[in-house]
Design a protein around this ligand. Structure first.
Ligand code: F6R
Length: 612
């Protein structure tokens, strides 16, 4: 998704802006640009493709300056071309923008009537012209931006500079993330703090509706024209630990980090084989009153929610619904009293999930309903964590690969901890069961480590996939969402068309697809459904399908003609979805590498989907 970096300093910041953009590359983008103010001029370079192209152009043009803005663009309005890349310029104003200006066409018509000429197809360019126009009535860049902001509809973040204001960077946050990096005698902005970590670990997290004016020495934040105080927060040094190390891709590194990430996530909540007394203690009263749960999430996080639904209902007898945020937010769902709303999100900034959360809160307040909201999230400073009553962090560390891996399995671990806690508060789970599940949770990192030992066998399976165009993933019970997740992983990074199905649905349609060209991946832990799943495998084999089976070592399923089996170490049925995530991640990873795709930044995708 689009990324913003900007700064005002005494030194040349062109290399800092480029480095910042590089650190945002993982989010996905298709073009990049940079503008600096120097000697009363706006100096700008923009390039289609990688930030390295822009870097080369900046070096060749010898662009320098101590005030500047830079951007990686992920096309929404207009193709990925140089003209559409940011920054956009009008007169002496340069603008970078994340998000969408929904009423841009009306604004564009008005501006064209005033004689402004548009050089791009973007919605952003209206902002540059509007600020330029507002400067006719005020010499202050800040005042001009304050006049423009109420005219803009949509969710956006902006960085704005002007040649007559060589020590001034104006920024706006309205529905799209923006942080200020606080330096000594220099200050920076970014849509993601990760971009600024080499320069500072002190941040101001702007809130929705904030307009800020940065100079080298000062930071002023305004809400509705009034100066407000936003605290400076110091970031834990471990957050900055994001490099590929010995691994070829971030995704592979992140797959291998899962034992530790899960250990970290569960350690915050556990004391031996019991939940810590202080774990979610502040939420106990809310948990006591809830009668059902509504989970809202997107993509992989939605799959985690689907598994939690099985757990909520089977383990603690609490009804649970789960829905994709982009549907939930628009279908006017009934808000029910005494419901716990859980948003699951790696980034905590996903536009659809945030919008669904905000809408739910607004509608519950309007009817004076008693609801409680909670974020399960990997980013402590995210909007979702800040805007919910309670939060439970997945301590996975930064996830850079676009395909979610360790964020997913830590979400599952966190959800299980939450379910045990709610079950205890509501006394709907036996203490013995809690103790047993906690013992299994502690054991999970080791089982994942042992599963990772099967990497060579999974690599071998992936070699048989390279030429395939389609694939089915089948599972039953909590393995059904893992089948969906396996299919999502395979399609997003290898571009092979894949579908996940509940194996019991096979006869109701997908069986028609099965022939000797159709690989079928089976998830077969040792659980109550194993015999039924074996029958489904027979159905596939009888139609000439080739089976790729991840099966419990004690399942009795063996390799034979057109049936390739990788044995997975035994794990309790309840936690099996965490462990069976690993082989499907590895399979997708290896297939993608063999097909030569951009594994960490697959085409058309972004890590943090901050627009609709
Ligand atoms: C797929 C993937 C996406 C995200 C989805 C939600 O591998 O990563 O499907 O899960 O975009 O993102 P978050 O969890 O940040 O809300």
């Amino acid at each position: 998704m689009c990324g913003i970096v900007g700064g005002v300093a005494e030194r040349n910041i062109s290399n800092i802006l480029i480095e910042g953009l590089k650190r945002l590359e993982y989010r996905g983008y298709d073009s990049a640009g940079l503008a600096l103010i120097n000697g009363g001029h706006v100096l700008r370079e923009r390039r289609v493709g990688k930030v390295a192209n822009l870097e080369q152009a900046v070096i060749e043009a010898e662009l320098t300056g101590s005030l500047g803005i830079a951007h990686t663009r992920w096309a929404t309005h207009g193709k990925p071309t140089e003209n559409n890349a940011h920054p956009h310029i009008s007169g002496n104003v340069a603008v970078v923008h994340n998000g969408i200006i929904e009423n841009f066409q009306e604004l564009k018509d008005d501006l064209e009537a005033l004689g402004y000429v548009f050089t791009s197809q973007t919605d952003t360019e209206v902002v540059a012209h509007l600020v330029n126009d507002a400067l006719k009535s005020t010499p202050s860049l800040l005042e001009a931006v304050k006049q423009v902001v109420p005219q803009l509809k949509g969710a956006y973040a902006l960085g704005i500079i002007h040649t007559d204001h060589p020590d001034e960077l104006i920024t706006v946050r309205e529905g799209s993330p923006l942080v200020i990096g606080v330096g000594i005698g220099e200050n920076f902005i970014s849509s993601d703090q990760l971009a600024l970590l080499p320069i500072t670990n002190r941040f101001i997290y702007l809130e929705e509706g904030d307009i800020a004016r940065l100079t080298r020495e000062t930071i002023e934040v305004f809400v509705d024209g009034q100066l407000v105080n936003r605290p400076v927060k110091e970031l834990d040094a471990t957050v900055s630990n994001a490099s590929k190390g010995e691994y070829k891709h971030y995704m592979l590194k992140e797959i291998y980090e899962q034992p530790e990430a899960i250990q970290q996530t569960i350690s915050q909540a556990l004391n031996g084989n019991a939940l810590r007394e202080d774990f979610l203690a502040q939420a106990e009263q809310d948990f006591a009153s809830i009668q059902q749960v509504q989970i809202i999430a997107c993509g992989t996080s939605y799959h985690a929610g689907m598994i939690a639904k099985y757990w909520f209902e089977q383990l603690i007898d609490v009804p649970c619904q789960v829905e994709i945020a982009s549907e939930y937010r628009y279908r006017t769902p009934v808000i029910v009293n005494n419901t716990l709303y859980i948003c699951i999100s790696q980034s905590g900034e996903t536009a659809d999930t945030l919008a669904a959360l905000r809408d739910t809160q607004k509608r519950a307040a309007a009817k004076a309903l008693n609801i409680c909201t909670m974020a399960i999230c990997n980013v402590a400073t995210s909007s979702m964590v800040r805007e919910t009553h309670h939060s439970l962090l997945t301590l996975a560390g930064p996830e850079i690969g676009v395909a979610s891996t360790k964020a997913f399995t830590t979400q599952l671990a966190a959800l299980m901890l939450l379910i045990l806690k709610i079950g205890q508060v509501k006394q709907s789970i036996a203490e013995k069961t809690v103790t047993e599940i906690i013992a299994e949770l502690w054991h999970t990192p080791k089982v994942i480590l042992d599963t990772l030992q099967h990497n060579p066998a999974i690599l071998h399976l992936s070699e048989l996939f390279v030429e395939k165009n389609h694939c089915l993933f089948l599972g039953r019970g909590t393995q059904f969402p893992i089948a969906l997740e396996g299919a999502l992983k395979l399609k997003e990074i290898s571009y092979i068309h894949a579908e996940g199905y509940a194996a019991g649905e096979l006869k109701h349609g997908p069986l028609a697809l099965v022939d000797n060209e159709m690989p079928v991946v089976i998830l077969a832990p040792k659980d109550d459904m194993l015999d039924k799943l074996k029958s489904n495998m027979e159905e596939v084999q009888a139609r000439g399908g080739e089976l790729f089976v991840f099966a419990d070592e004690h399942s009795g399923i063996k390799t034979k003609e057109r049936q390739h089996v990788v044995h997975i170490p035994s794990i309790s049925a309840v936690l099996a979805p965490i462990v069976y995530s690993i082989p499907v991640q590895l399979l997708s990873y290896h297939v993608a590498v063999l097909r030569g795709t951009d594994v960490d930044q697959p085409r058309n995708l972004a890590k943090s989907v901050t627009v609709e």
